[in-house]
Design a protein around this ligand. Structure first.
Ligand SMILES: NC(=O)c1ccc[n+]([C@@H]2O[C@H](COP(=O)([O-])OP(=O)(O)OC[C@H]3O[C@@H](n4cnc5c(N)ncnc54)[C@H](OP(=O)(O)O)[C@@H]3O)[C@@H](O)[C@H]2O)c1
Length: 264
């Protein structure tokens, strides 16, 4: 990309904004003095050497790329004129057209990272407006590669769908883990042992899938092929509506993402 990027993160004091900032600094994609972050109530005591402000217009004026990371409900009153600069939104629901109009630029990107950005393991789908340049695309790729992995997708409706699928990050594995733990404890297993067992299963599953680059469906088929205890469990879970429950949940998240954009 060449040259040092000046990056501003509106809402940099929040969970996701702070995680992105930490990843960018770790990857040396931005120098501390070229990173601006805004907060509303209390300045976080982190990223010393970077520029903290409550003035979002000032942040935009001293940055080349502005990342919008406030909650969707806090975005409509956020009046920042970026005067043609690149805006990258990580906000659920807010559309490219709304971002362009609101911030006075044709160069906008809509993305949807997840909470694993905190540990450099986010999956981030993104899409740009018609006016983004190849250089803008390279910047977005570099930013989200620093936070994990990323993909450019074909349409905004893909982002709405992925808001549920990957934007939830650890939420659905945690839902499964909580259900497993509740069952284990209800059957008399100690809470500590149950938690260690369930957490180890999740971490092990993630590492195995990553290392083998295996299709999840192949893993399921392999266990079904053994015709053992796991196959019995998978068949009972499916008979109870596991796949349909997941599809219903993802559809609900997609509807919510679309409706959030309609309200903004
Ligand atoms: N967290 C996730 O896993 C995740 C995943 C995908 C997408 N997102 C998106 O990321 C965005 C941020 O989420 P989050 O989880 O990081 O929320 P968060 O922790 O509440 O962070 C939002 C931050 O924005 C600050 N803020 C609000 N209005 C501001 C303003 N006018 N000027 C400066 N700062 C302002 C808030 O400050 P105060 O606390 O002082 O009000 C808060 O620190 C959301 O739009 C969400 O849809 C989050």
């Amino acid at each position: 990309m060449g040259g040092s990027l000046r990056i501003g993160i509106v809402g940099g004091g929040g969970w996701l904004g702070g995680s992105i900032a930490a990843s960018l600094l770790d990857a040396a994609l931005v120098q501390p003095h070229d990173l601006s972050l805004s907060y509303r109530k209390e300045q976080p005591q982190r990223f010393t050497g970077s520029f903290w402000t409550t003035d979002n217009q000032h942040l935009a004026d001293r940055s080349d790329v502005i990342i919008m990371s406030v909650r969707p409900a806090d975005w409509p009153p956020l009046l920042v004129d970026v005067d043609g600069k690149l805006v990258i939104s990580v906000m659920a629901g807010v559309r490219l057209g709304q971002l362009a109009e609101h911030h006075n630029t044709k160069r906008v990107m809509r993305s949807l990272p997840n909470a694993a950005a905190e540990v450099g393991k986010s999956y981030t789908p993104w899409i740009g407006s018609a006016d983004v340049t190849d250089q803008d695309r390279a910047i977005v790729r570099a930013i989200f590669d620093a936070c994990g992995t990323q993909d450019e997708v074909a349409s905004e409706s893909d982002i709405d769908y992925l808001t549920g699928l990957s934007g939830a990050g650890p939420a659905f594995p945690a839902l499964l883990a909580a259900a497993m733990m509740n069952d284990a404890v209800a059957r008399g297993l100690g809470r500590e042992i149950a938690q260690r067992a369930v957490t180890s299963v999740l971490i092990g599953a993630g590492r195995l899938l990553e290392r083998r680059d295996e299709k999840p469906a192949d893993t399921v088929e392999a266990f079904l092929g053994y015709r053992g205890t796991t196959a019995a469990a998978i068949e009972a879970m499916r008979a109870a509506g596991f796949d349909a429950a997941v599809a219903d949940g993802l559809a609900a998240a997609q509807r919510k993402s679309v409706s959030m954009g309609e309200r903004s």
